[in-house]
Design a protein around this ligand. Structure first.
Ligand code: ACO
Length: 324
């Protein structure tokens, strides 16, 4: 028997405010046509005055706990992936922990920008496999609009806000290919490329929060290469063929990246989950948001094999193979 982290429930939260491409064209010199052609994005959500990264994370976590039919006090670990925490410290995960009424176990944040959810999932899964956690909340929550430069049309049109969460439950399984749970996670980084995507502010440099800066073409090139390779490694590790994957749940960076990666992997577009048109790029929240939306829509079902992948600033990237 092997110990696996099973996804017991998923949840998500989107702020109310919908911002269309036409709305963005009133802020910067852009158009609905340019944004749709280059990215597939039609609209995004932006946080309102009462939304915070923790409040969205709490709402997503509550939905996931409800779906898992698990009381909050059974959670013994919270890992929150975010690049836009409420405060410099304490970790947003501890704010979420307190608001959920959990007073034991551990809670911490993981910072890997758009790869954050895959990093958080890998961290949580390793705690489960090591026998150090039984029931884990893995959350991705971002108020990314707070770090956008609304005078830079090449970045501000790409991102959105929101949160997603999954509940992981440690379960003994026979170790078969048909078992539910996380089969593997692979995470990578290469800091030599950090100048292609970063925020130009920070605590130890100038005490400003700063704004997103990006070399879009370099990001694009590395994203396609790194994510395709990470998924292929994940499949090979577990002896799965791409044809066995029911759903590809990629980080929702933009439609052209999604299409290029799925083409390389020879995955038909009918098996690619795409929410980038109405979520835009929500960084660490994008995978759990897409996952929860697809589960609730009845698209992703129990027993389906999923391939997850992400890439973000650092560069960081990674993949996971999961059976629901
Ligand atoms: N509206 C209109 N024109 C624009 C806009 C805009 N919003 N943004 C840039 N342009 C203009 C540029 O100024 C440039 O004009 P010029 O030719 O007069 O100088 C022209 O469009 C072409 O600019 P490029 O940067 O060459 O456009 P490109 O085809 O590379 O598309 C894009 C830009 C969409 C950012 C692309 O590079 C991309 O998708 N990169 C990946 C970035 C990404 O997804 N980042 C997310 C974070 S990382 C991750 O999640 C994986």
């Amino acid at each position: 028997m092997v110990l696996r982290s099973q996804i017991a429930g998923t949840g998500s939260f989107l702020p109310e405010r919908i911002v269309t491409n036409d709305d963005m064209s009133k802020i910067v010199d852009t158009s609905d046509q340019w944004i749709q052609e280059r990215t597939g994005i039609q609209s995004r959500r932006f946080v309102g005055p009462t939304d915070t990264t923790s409040s969205m994370g709490i709402a997503a976590a509550k939905n996931a706990l409800e779906a898992a039919e698990m009381p909050a006090e059974d959670i013994d670990l919270i890992v929150c992936a975010t690049t836009t925490p409420d405060l410099t410290f304490p970790a947003t995960a501890t704010i979420i922990q307190a608001e959920l009424g959990i007073h034991s176990g551990a809670a911490f944040d993981v910072q890997a920008v758009c790869s954050g959810f895959v990093y958080a999932l890998a961290t949580a899964d390793n705690f489960v496999k090591a026998g150090q956690a039984n029931n884990v909340l893995v959350i991705g929550s971002e108020s990314f609009s707070k770090i956008l430069d609304f005078t830079d049309r090449s970045t501000c049109v790409l991102f959105g806000d929101g949160a997603g969460a999954v509940v992981l439950k440690a379960t003994e399984t026979p170790g078969e290919k048909s078992d539910q749970g996380i089969f593997s996670t692979h995470i990578y980084s290469d800091g030599r490329y950090r100048h292609n995507l970063y925020v130009d502010g920070g605590v130890s440099t100038d005490q400003r929060t700063g704004y997103v800066k990006m070399n879009g073409q370099e990001v694009f090139r590395h994203a396609v290469e790194n994510m395709s390779r990470a998924v292929q490694t994940a499949l090979d590790t577990n002896g799965f063929h791409i044809d066995e994957v029911n759903w590809f749940v990629p980080h929702q960076a933009n439609r052209r990246i999604l299409t290029a990666v799925s083409r390389r992997l020879k995955l038909p577009h009918e098996r690619v989950i795409s929410t980038v048109d109405h979520h835009a790029n929500t960084s660490a929240a994008s995978i759990p948001l897409a996952l929860d939306e697809s589960v609730r829509a009845g698209k992703i079902k129990s027993g389906d094999l999923l391939a997850l992948e992400a890439m973000g600033g650092g560069f960081t990237w990674g993949s996971a193979i999961v059976r629901m």
